[in-house]
Write a protein that binds this ligand. Structure first.
Ligand SMILES: Cc1ncc(COP(=O)(O)O)c(C=O)c1O
Length: 366
């Protein structure tokens, strides 16, 4: 299990004047959904040129004041992360690989010309918030506390250049199931739109990437699918990722493929964890380009037996059906396959302290 030394920044603790009443909170926690309800507190830290990170506090969650000229409102200088706090079987709480989120946050910061946040400060901020809002842990099966650290450019200036002032914030939301349908396997829509081009911001977790994915995602939903699949920008042939998840393909010969990190897809922490687990399972794992045409052909021939999507929000989710303007095809039986279920079970068992954490991925909070 990972441990943490004293953080390099101290958080002022501001008292909450009116925390949510216990009965209201309990009603939310019995059916939290995803991303709809928020806990009582938030973390904020400011950054200014010449001053660095300062003014760190844990206080009541509430609206933030922004000048109408703040850069984030005009040029979308914003980045974010998504991670979860899990409840272990002994009742204690834990984070899963928070330093990996901190490292990706800083990679996003570099791409968006924003200041990096020391890894220990990122992790302490998340820990402080979970500690303050521990009563917000959902009572539903498989529940977790979803954490959303983000950074915005706050300087009031309309010139197009990196801002000189920023705010880092962490909020939390009790989470149940990500997919509304709760279906055993998801159906995905192959978009004609492009998510990311070589040299662009595809590998960064910046709000702009998600703004651009809203029309394709709405199209997928309106056609009755759960997620959108993006192909590469140059040839519109190679599979990249879903709107909010990475993809894996499992073959009858015991091999597993996932698209490589060439700069246009988000380097998922779930993806990275599954690569390790799959190797431990004895699979031949390759980070390699895979085309939509090949996928269709392999699904028909039986060479491909399973496909699954992965990410923090939905963990590991089987892909049952793929549809696009050229028609549709089904993967395996259309439901969850054995390998998908096994990898999901192993990952969730590690996250919830039911399987030994041999990788140092789990950070205990108590
Ligand atoms: C575009 C995209 N791809 C992949 C992922 C999966 O990343 P992770 O496993 O770190 O949650 C996410 C979620 O953060 C995402 O938004």
């Amino acid at each position: 299990m990972a441990t943490l030394a004293q953080p390099s920044i101290q958080f002022a603790r501001l008292a909450h004047p009116a925390p949510t009443a216990a009965d209201v909170r309990e009603a939310v926690l019995a059916n939290p959904g995803f991303g709809t309800y928020f806990t009582d507190h938030m973390i904020t830290i400011d950054w200014a040129e010449g001053q660095g990170w300062h003014n760190a506090s844990l206080g009541p969650r509430g609206p933030i004041a922004l000048d109408p000229a703040a850069s984030v409102l005009h040029y979308a200088q914003e980045i974010f992360e998504g991670l979860k706090a899990y409840r272990l079987k002994d009742g204690s709480m834990a984070l899963f690989r928070p330093e990996a989120n901190a490292a990706r946050f800083n990679a996003s910061a570099r791409r968006l010309a924003m200041p990096e946040l020391p890894v220990d400060v990122f992790v302490s901020a998340v820990r402080e918030l979970v500690g303050a809002d521990r009563e917000w842990f959902p009572s539903v099966e498989g529940g977790s506390l979803y954490l959303r650290p983000f950074m915005i450019a706050t300087e009031a200036f309309l010139g197009v250049r990196p801002a000189k002032q920023y705010k880092f914030i962490v909020i939390a939301s009790p989470a149940g199931n990500y997919f509304k349908s709760g279906a055993p396997a998801v159906s995905i829509w192959v978009s004609d739109y492009t998510r990311a081009a070589p040299g662009g911001t595809g590998a960064a977790k910046c709000g702009g990437n998600y703004a651009a994915s809203l029309v394709p995602t709405a199209e997928a939903f309106s056609r009755g699918h759960d997620q959108v699949l993006f192909l590469d920008a140059a040839e519109h042939r190679w599979i990249e990722e879903l709107g909010g998840m990475n993809l894996f393909f499992a073959f009858a010969d015991g091999s597993l493929i996932t698209p490589p990190l060439t700069g246009t897809i988000l380097p998922g922490i779930t993806r990275d964890s599954l690569l390790s687990l799959a190797r431990e399972e004895g699979l031949t794992v390759r980070e390699e380009r895979y085309s939509l045409d090949q996928w269709r052909e392999d699904a028909a021939s039986g060479r491909l037996i399973e496909a699954f999507a992965c990410g923090t929000a939905a963990v590991v989710t089987p892909v049952g059906k793929v549809a696009g303007t050229d028609g549709e095809f089904v993967i395996g039986s259309g439901g969850p396959g054995q390998l998908t279920q096994k990898l999901k079970a192993r990952l969730t068992a590690i996250q919830r302290g039911e399987e030994a954490d041999t990788h140092g991925w789990v950070m205990l909070l108590d």
